[in-house]
Design a protein around this ligand. Structure first.
Ligand code: F6R
Length: 601
């Protein structure tokens, strides 16, 4: 998804902007550009393609100035071309702006502006905003932006510079994140923290409809009607190095290898001398999860934990479905939104809907200060550190871990979980990072498997109960980074249709963490083998002997409490996705068509 960076201060800004854009590359993009206030004129350099191409352009024809904005664009309206790249300008080129989000009524506004004589040069919705602001500008940019907001429908994060106001950088947001970084005698702007983290760790997060005016010596924040606001800054605890590759070939690999520490850090945050801390205030009769993608899969594991440990009803919902489905008010029910980024548009909208229905709401996120974090009273944080690779790994693992702790806390409160059992799970969690290290060390057989299977047409992942939730995540990971088509199925459901896809040699992976369901799943695996499948069973060591009697190949993880096995079993599945992507020569950290944070519906 698109990225924004901005600077105003006493330093030449071209390199600062380019560096910020490079740090946003992980979000996925197909064109990039910068605009700098050079002398009395706003000058733009932009092109389709990678940042390296933009750098080439800017080096051949450099920009000199101490205020500027930059953008990486992920095409929505119009192809990824030089002309469609941001920044966009008004007819006279007085104003340059960059935009994240989508303007839904751009067609109508474009018609209106064309009738006023505006000549459009791009196919984007963003260009409409530049002409609109220009047509409303009467010497006061703050006022022009405020008026423009009245016309714009959709979502936006905007950064605007203007020749007539060379000492101010303007920005505004609605439904798309923006963060202001506060330095000494210089101010920064970005859609994501890592873009400006090398310069400052003190950040202000803008709320919807707030306009910020950045000057060298400070920032002023106004609400939609022009009243001054005084938001408190956040101090970001992680540093720029945490968002760098640190010698690994890919962020995804680095982030997978960081999982033992992430689990340890998250456990330490929620436990102390007195044992497990309270996770959410009070107890609920029912707790549902809303999330998208991998976070939704974590929610499915969380729902299993709540039913097992707290004996309460719980389900996970896909946020984009939940926001449009008919809900029935349940005042004794809680809804927890799960999101690594805390900026996913569907998850935020689903949360608002749950709140409007009178449900108690809370959040689980990896991103302090994110829109999700700020929109609830209670946030559970995961302590995974910045996750840069598009494919979520360490955030997922810590989400699952935190949901386990949450279920334990609810079970303790409603009497479903004894103190002894709780202590036992905590003890085993304490030993988990070591076992995770052990699994992460065993990459060679997985690598070999991928080298030998990179040309498969289709793979299956099957499991029952919580193992089905794990199969869904394993399949998502594999398809998103390697583009290898795969299906996740509830093991018992396969013979109701999808088994027709099994051909000679089709790989089928069975995930088995539950002793009581082992025979059932193995019998489903046998059904696929009888139709030619090449079968693999992933299970703990205790199940290995039995699994070997049925599967062509068995991958094991160390024995552990069954509740913790999801956290171990997912590691070889992530490694499978990673090594398959490497074997197939994919752009592992930035898979095609994907974005790290999905801020549009
Ligand atoms: C897959 C992946 C996505 C995200 C989804 C939600 O690896 O990362 O499926 O899980 O886009 O994102 P967040 O958690 O930021 O709300």
């Amino acid at each position: 998804m698109c990225g924004i960076v901005g600077y105003i201060g006493n330093r030449e800004c071209q390199e600062i902007l380019l560096d910020g854009l490079r740090r946003l590359e992980y979000r996925g993009y197909d064109s990039a550009g910068i605009a700098v206030m050079q002398g009395e004129r706003v000058q733009v350099r932009k092109c389709a393609g990678r940042i390296a191409q933009l750098e080439g352009l800017a080096r051949r024809n450099p920009l000199s100035g101490k205020m500027g904005i930059g953008h990486t664009r992920w095409a929505t309206h119009g192809e990824p071309t030089d002309l469609n790249a941001h920044p966009h300008q008004d007819v006279k080129g007085n104003i340059a702006l960059v935009h994240n989000g989508i303007i839904e009524n751009h067609g109508m506004l474009r018609n209106y502006l064309e009738k006023q004589g505006c000549r459009f040069v791009s196919q984007t919705d963003t260009e409409v905003i530049a002409h609109l602001i220009h047509s409303l500008y009467k010497g006061d940019m703050l006022q022009a932006i405020r008026e423009a907001m009245g016309f714009l429908e959709g979502s936006y994060a905007l950064a605007v510079i203007c020749e007539s106001e060379p000492d101010s950088l303007y920005c505004v947001r609605l439904g798309s994140p923006l963060v202001v970084g506060m330095g000494a005698g210089e101010m920064f702007l970005a859609s994501d923290i890592p873009a400006i983290l090398p310069h400052t760790r003190d950040m202000l997060f803008l709320e919807d409809k707030e306009i910020a005016v950045l000057r060298r010596d400070g920032v002023r924040v106004y609400d939609a009607v022009g009243a001054i606001r005084h938001p408190s800054p956040y101090h970001i605890s992680w540093d720029a190095a945490a968002a760098e590759k640190g010698g690994y070939a890919h962020f995804m690999l680095k982030e997978m290898m960081e999982q033992p520490q992430a689990v340890q850090g998250t456990l330490s945050a929620y436990t102390g001398k007195e044992g497990l801390r309270e996770m959410l205030p009070g107890k609920v009769e029912r707790l549902d999860f809303i999330a998208c993608g991998t976070a939704y899969h974590a929610g499915r594991v969380g729902a299993y934990y709540l039913r097992q440990l707290a004996g309460i009803e719980s389900a996970a919902h896909i946020a984009s479905e939940y926001r449009y489905c008919r809900l029935f008010p349940q005042t004794d029910a809680g809804v927890l939104a799960i999101s690594q980024s805390g900026e996913t548009a569907d998850t935020l909208a689903a949360l608002q809907k749950a709140r409007a229905m009178g449900m108690q709401t809370a959040a689980l996120t990896n991103t302090v200060g994110s829109t999700l974090d700020r929109s609830v009273k209670t946030t559970l944080l995961t302590y995974a550190g910045p996750e840069i690779a598009v494919a979520s790994t360490k955030a997922y693992i810590t989400q699952v871990e935190t949901l386990l702790l949450l279920a334990m806390d609810q079970g303790r409160k409603n009497g479903a979980l004894s103190g002894e059992r709780l202590g036992d799970i905590l003890n085993q969690l304490g030993r988990l990072p070591e076992k995770m290290e052990e699994v992460l060390k065993k990459q060679t057989p997985i690598q070999h498997y991928c080298d030998g299977h990179m040309n498969e047409k289709l793979m299956f992942f099957i499991g029952r109960g919580v193992d089905y939730a794990l199969a869904m995540e394993a399949a998502l990971k594999l398809k998103e980074v390697s583009y290898l088509p795969c299906e996740a199925y509830a093991a018992g459901e396969l013979k109701h249709g999808a088994i027709a896809l099994i051909e000679q040699g089709t790989p089928v992976f069975a995930i088995c963490t539950q002793e009581e369901l082992l025979e059932k799943t193995l019998s489903n695996l046998r059904e696929t083998k009888a139709r030619g499948a090449e079968t693999v069973c992933i299970c703990p060591e205790t199940m290995e002997k039995r699994a070997r009697q049925e599967a062509d190949l068995v991958w094991t993880v160390p024995d552990s409490d069954p509740l913790l096995l999801p956290l171990l079993i997912m590691l070889p599945m992530q490694l499978l996705a990673y090594h398959m992507a490497v074997a197939k020569g994919r752009d592992v950290d930035k898979p095609r068509n994907l974005a790290k944070s999905v801020t549009v519906e």
